[in-house]
Design a protein. Structure first.
Ligand code: GLY
Ligand code: MN
Ligand code: MN
Length: 440
């Protein structure tokens, strides 16, 4: 299995600590276990920030980073080994494993955190944490601070600055390393194979979930623990519902099916959308819409590179889509005016993409100092224009209604422009029709 090597976690912690002010401390909790119902838990997914800094896959753990500390800069609180619990729930690293296998300088049982952590915080001037994102942890942090305050008469010094860690950490996460790109290429490869399988399996009379099953099978077979987000398998008019999740409708002859799905490998997402005809052959109207979306995506790729800003790709899609809709008579008027008045939003109501990484909508600022961010090598993003003609839109001829097309690929910014990570699944009308014909 392709994964992030241990040395990379060490490098990340060092890079973060190098940016923290002297005499500070960073504290991050692991994701909590989420209950699905009664004794059943959701599949555990580590918090992305916690994973990024540790690779430690267990719940009930806390990372503490203390740059410059003589007795070890990286302390991990975690569950202790427990033969009985491990018999039921699986192996735990324990404190020894945290040091031996996960690079902690020191490790303590999570049950001792209330006794130990105030002592680690004491005397540090600044605390970095993910303030506001975990109310229970914020409350614990204040309790630990209050323990120190309660000893002020003994000379204990509570920190006086509390700073959100996000700004430092999320900017680091925005730039993907060679190891991260390797994992993301693998997630993309498996997700491409899954889309190909779903295209080949597509038949009228099946259901949306039949194609979802093909995706899940390929994801799992590739080693992915789960999809990176709830797969969207939307046939016919459902393709016009942007976050469609029901995936239970019949696939009908003559309809399109839009699939937006990607798997997650070692906590890195892929995010692909393809749209194709259930029966393998685009109708003239479907093809006309599809070609506009495809052309808009090509125009967007040309606007991704180190000298371009974040919004240029989006602007390129708006330009091509608006002009295309005018050509087809779906919008009437002057292209520039229709863009200025945002008339295209009836058909194209979302943005052309988002950062991609450990979170499918990944962290990182889109604007800096009020201006669109300039792209840099190593930033990963999606490019996903679409046109959605509502089945209820009585302002357009009936033949257009209910057509929804989105095409989404994952790219990383390179010196020359961008590398498309998700080339492994057909995209042109001719390629899709040929692949589907061969599968019949
Ligand atoms: N799958 C969610 C998105 O494309 O942003
Ligand atoms: Mn998507
Ligand atoms: Mn996306």
């Amino acid at each position: 299995m392709i994964h992030i090597p241990r040395a990379e976690y060490t490098r990340r912690r060092k890079a973060l600590m190098a940016q923290m002010v002297p005499n500070s401390i960073a504290i991050l909790p692991a994701a909590a276990v989420a209950i699905r119902n009664r004794d059943v838990e959701h599949v555990y997914r580590q918090d992305s920030d916690f994973q990024y800094l540790s690779g430690f896959p267990e719940p009930a753990a806390v990372i503490v980073l203390m740059p410059g500390r003589q007795h070890g800069e990286y302390v991990l609180f975690c569950r202790e080994r427990n033969a009985e619990r491990e018999l039921w729930d699986g192996l735990r690293a324990g404190t020894e494993g945290a040091i031996r296998d996960f690079g902690a300088d020191d490790a303590f049982p999570i049950t001792d955190i209330d006794d130990i952590l105030p002592g680690l915080i004491e005397g540090r001037d600044r605390v970095y944490s993910a303030m506001g994102s975990n109310a229970e942890f914020d409350r614990h942090l204040m309790e630990w601070i209050n323990v120190i305050r309660s000893k002020a008469h003994l000379g204990a010094q509570p920190p006086n600055e509390f700073v959100a860690l996000d700004h430092l950490l999320h900017d680091m996460r925005l730039y993907k390393s060679a190891a991260e790109l390797k994992v993301m290429r693998e997630a993309a490869r498996i997700s491409c194979a899954a889309h190909v399988k779903a295209m080949q399996a597509s038949r009228a009379g099946l259901h949306e979930f039949s194609l979802e099953a093909e995706l899940d099978y390929e994801f799992r077979k590739g080693g992915a623990k789960m999809p990176a987000y709830g797969s969207i398998v939307a046939a016919g008019r459902n393709s016009c519902i942007l976050h469609y999740q029901r995936n239970d409708a019949l696939l009908k002859d003559g309809d399109l099916v839009l699939i937006d799905a990607g798997c997650e490998i070692d906590c890195y997402a892929s995010d692909i959308t393809r749209t194709w005809p259930v029966n393998g052959k685009f109708s003239p109207e479907q093809k006309a819409i599809y070609e506009i979306v495809l052309a808009s995506q090509e125009a967007a790729f040309a606007q991704i590179g180190p000298d371009k800003h974040w919004n240029q790709a989006h602007e390129a899609t708006v330009q091509v889509i608006t002009a295309g809709l005018v050509r087809l008579g779906l919008l009437q008027g002057d292209v520039d005016e229709l863009i200025a008045s945002e008339a295209y939003k009836t058909f194209y109501m979302h943005r052309a993409g988002h950062w991609l990484g450990m979170d499918v909508h990944d962290v990182g600022e889109y604007k800096v100092g009020g201006e669109w961010r300039v792209l840099e090598v190593g930033m990963a993003l999606t490019v996903e224009p679409g046109i959605y003609i509502s089945p209820d839109n009585l302002n357009v001829a009936k033949k257009w209604r209910g057509i929804g097309v989105r095409i989404e690929d994952d790219v990383v910014v390179t010196k020359q422009g961008c590398e498309i990570l998700t080339r492994g699944v057909p995209k042109t009308v001719a390629e899709i029709e040929a692949l589907m014909a061969a599968a019949r």
